[in-house]
Structure formats: structure tokens, C-alpha cells
Design a protein around this ligand. Structure first.
Ligand SMILES: C[S@@+](CC[C@H](N)C(=O)[O-])C[C@H]1O[C@@H](n2cnc3c(N)ncnc32)[C@H](O)[C@@H]1O
Length: 268
């Protein structure tokens, strides 16, 4: 496990994922019944961008720094949370801040050091497992609440990560059909993304929408040119809201030939 999220915190991909995550959880909280948020690849929870790994790469300067300097109404809740939380909030920190008394957060993080940091910072308010995400999708679902938002945010360190994601989604949905699953994926070039969309169509999973942002056309397999979030069972209004948020992200973060799209991949 070589990937350390601290080098990439606050970059454009984090901003896209976190803005959509905030919307998804708020949408689920329209109903009073409690929600379990399962963060299968949680990272360390919060990140100091001014020192350490993030300062070394500087990726956040072309991500959250630009969004905070040119705030858009479509991203207001996410940016408000980032401003109020001080250190850049990873997914656990954003979710924890949004939880109501009836909701709960369950995190998995397999890297020993990152797990220890996450447990130290969040263990009092969330359940923090040192547990393999792909196994946890079977073991921790369905939740007692019968309502869950499952964020799946793998590091894509290995060639087969899209295949593992597909297997994870199939397992998760087989354990809990009505869960809202949000899976982040990188867009380097088009072929793997097309294959992933096709695998979703072939899987028999229903009600899937993808939201994608690309900073530049995805033609160079060696660069992270964009990213996507595949959402299974999206709450009402997701397609319209995602379209507005992606357009706002693209306007500030994208290059001239960048773009975004929201696409229904599988019917309800
Ligand atoms: C992209 S980062 C997560 C960022 C986090 N979700 C956020 O938005 O702030 C992916 C994390 O998954 C962890 N990881 C990698 N493989 C894992 C696995 N099989 N099970 C659980 N965690 C894993 C890595 O150590 C890394 O911290």
C-alpha cells in the first residue's frame, strides 16, 4: 500500500467527490430516519495543506484554493464546511460535521499509520475499522437502520481496481439493494471508463447515474485528466444538482477544452 492521500488532499478530484458527497448526504437527511454512512476507504480524515505532503505537491492550489477564491452558489454548502472546519476535511470530517443524532459514521482504513491517525482523530465519534474495504462491503451491510450512504473511494494503485470496484459494488448491492452507493473513479483516458460503464450496464444493477468532470480531454493515459462518481440509487434531484455542481467546478478548475457530464447508465 503505497498510496497516501495526504499528497493529494484538496485537489480537483477531492473537491468534486466531496461536493457531491455533501449533497448526497443532505438529500438523504430530508427524511428523519437515521442513516449509516459507510466510508470504505476513509484516509486520515483531515489534512493540513500548508505543511507536509500536500504542501510538497501543491495539488490543492489548483483545487480547493481556486474554489475558495471564486465561490459558486452551487458549491456553497461544501465550501462553507471547508471554511468552517479549518484543516482540509476529508470525507470522514465532512460527514461527521453533517451527522444528526440519529445518524452514524463507520470508516474502514487499511493502511496501518493512516488507520492509527484516523482512529486517534475520529474514534470517539465514529466507528473506525482497520479492515479491508472489499470485505467490509459484505460484512457491514445491511445496516440496522436500513438506510445507508456508502462511499467507495479506492486509490487505484493496481491495474485491476475497476474490476475490484465492480465486484465490490455487486457484493454491496446484493447485501443491501436499497443503499445509496457512491463510487469514485479516475478518468485518464476513455477506454477504461467506457469498459466500466459497460460493466455497470451488464451487471444487472439498476438505477445508476454517473457524474464526470474532466479538466482536459482524457487522451493521456499517464495523467489524471478527470474523475467520476458513479451513484447507485441516487436521491431525487441528483442529476440536476450534480449538473450544476460540475458546471461550477469546471468553470473554475477546467482548462478551455475541459468539460463535464451527468449520464444515466442504468434505468431505475
Ligand atoms: C483516496 S484515499 C481516501 C480519501 C478519503 N475517502 C477522503 O475523501 O478523504 C484511499 C484510502 O484507501 C486506503 N486503502 C487502500 N486500499 C484499501 C482497502 N483495501 N481497504 C481499506 N482501505 C484501503 C488507502 O490507505 C487510502 O487512505
Amino acid at each position: 500500500m503505497n498510496y497516501r492521500h495526504a499528497f493529494h488532499a484538496g485537489n480537483f478530484a477531492d473537491c468534486m467527490k466531496h461536493a457531491l458527497l455533501v449533497w448526497l448526504l443532505r438529500a438523504m437527511q430530508r427524511k428523519p430516519a437515521g442513516v449509516m454512512v459507510l466510508d470504505t476507504h476513509a484516509g486520515i480524515g483531515r489534512y493540513d495543506l500548508e505543511t507536509g505532503p500536500a504542501q510538497r505537491t501543491g495539488e490543492w492550489r489548483d483545487g480547493i484554493a481556486r474554489l475558495l477564491a471564486a465561490p459558486s452558489g452551487a458549491l456553497a454548502e461544501y465550501l462553507g464546511l471547508v471554511r468552517s472546519l479549518g484543516l482540509y476535511p476529508g470525507s470522514p470530517a465532512l460527514v461527521l460535521e453533517m451527522l444528526r443524532p440519529q445518524d452514524r459514521l463507520v470508516c474502514c482504513e487499511l493502511h496501518p499509520e493512516d488507520h492509527a491517525t484516523l482512529k486517534r482523530g475520529f474514534g470517539r465519534h465514529a466507528t473506525v475499522h482497520k479492515r479491508d474495504a472489499w470485505e467490509a462491503l459484505g460484512g457491514l451491510l445491511p445496516p440496522a437502520e436500513r438506510r445507508a450512504l456508502v462511499l467507495i473511494d479506492p486509490p487505484y494503485e493496481t491495474e485491476d481496481e475497476f474490476e475490484r470496484l465492480m465486484e465490490g459494488l455487486k457484493l454491496g448491492v446484493s447485501r443491501f439493494r436499497s443503499g445509496v452507493f457512491a463510487a469514485w473513479y479516475p478518468i485518464k483516458h476513455r477506454a477504461p471508463v467506457r469498459a466500466f460503464h459497460q460493466a455497470l450496464r451488464d451487471s444487472g444493477i439498476r438505477d445508476v447515474v454517473t457524474a464526470e468532470l474532466w479538466l482536459r480531454p482524457p487522451l493521456d493515459a499517464a495523467r489524471l485528466n478527470g474523475c467520476g462518481l458513479a451513484v447507485i440509487n441516487p436521491p431525487f434531484g441528483f442529476e440536476a444538482a450534480a449538473g450544476e455542481m460540475l458546471a461550477a467546478l469546471s468553470a473554475v478548475l477546467g482548462e478551455l477544452d475541459g468539460g463535464c457530464a451527468v449520464e444515466r447508465i442504468c434505468d431505475e
